[in-house]
Design a binder for this molecule. Sequence first.
Ligand SMILES: [Cu+2]
Length: 435
Amino acid sequence: MSTEHLSLQAEPDGLVSSIVSESPAEPLSRRGFLRTAAVAGGGLIVAGVAACAPSVAAPAWTYRPAASSGTDAAQPSGSAASAAPSPEPSHDHASTAPSGSPAPADHDAAALAVVKRFLDGEYGKVEGAGNQPLVPELDGGVKVFDMTVDMIDHRIDAVKDPVAALGFNGTWPGPRLEVVEGDTIRAVFKNNLDESTGIHFHGQRLPNKMDGVPHITQDPIKPGESFTYDFVARTAGSHMYHSHHNATDQVGRGLLGAFIVQPKDPAQRYDRLYGATQDIIWISNDTLGGFTINGRGFPATAPIVAKVGEKIVIRFMNEGVMTHPWHLHGMPMRVVARDGYPLGSASFFCDTLGVNPGERWDVVIDCEDPGAWAFHCHILPHAEGHDGMFGMVTALVIQDAAAAAIESTSGATPVVAAASAAGSTAFECRIPTAG
Ligand SMILES: [Cu+2]
């Protein structure tokens, strides 16, 4: 990996994820306790209202911020046979149809409690951020990635109990593996699970025996064993690596990661081609822990922070079992590649982009308008309910000079500073400006 690539990634991933990785999990301070209690209280109110509503079961797998037990549907059973997601998503979709609104004050309280956590920077208080670049070892001309397949305790947010997840090198998503088209790759996966696995490089044109499909192209990787994938990265673009064994369970629990193959021609890379200053991985999943972006659910999702005038790239990747139409408020996205293949003159603009399971879509956003812009899945049961926003929600924060000044003088988080500078009338985002 060249330093040029690293510098391109360092800012975006550093910005989005270093905040997450550098801060320890919030201790159970009085403030944290009160916050937790406030959220739980909101949940009780909502639960009371729900009891009076038409009898519609709460979606068992929907991440709800009020739930505090790690034993709900967010918790896998641990059994390969029974840990598969319930075949009831369609039922659950039906169950999330409007079912009698709670009293507005109750909804407001619950919605405020969860938004406050986001404004307060919860994304920076959860350990174990994924998508961290992994620099390969060099063995002659071969780029070697040493990988482990692990059982991990993973936090979807700072409040909910950790879930029994799986990860590569201890994180969900696994490390960001980035190479250049034409590189020779050796990826060694040591299986630390108590079950077998197999790894598929999704989107790569591979020698068949390197395709990672147990019982067809290789034997399963047994617990304690390793398997080495040797291949030449011949397919440029945004790709993924994930389990291809007991995959509904294993991928659903976090065995996924980004595999980026930069074009051999530097002029075709996004920094040169579009002037992109940030290159952001956005992997969605929708099984363990509910609806997640990069392994987190709102309010612990990381906002994307950019300056006015920046052009940023987002690489959407869907490792879930449902489609997710990503909707950006305020400005359009220019869609420039699908599944790693450049769209060229067929690129197009949109503000809502459906991403099906297995797909990768690359978009360029011209960050023109300052403010804190909502960015969420527009299947509403994946994003907002009676308890407020949850799951697949984050924000694109575009900072102008006023926002930067507020952030530096007040210590406000980027989201609050940008909203304040843009004239938010929300109490939580009002910051007196000097003069
Ligand atoms: Cu969705």
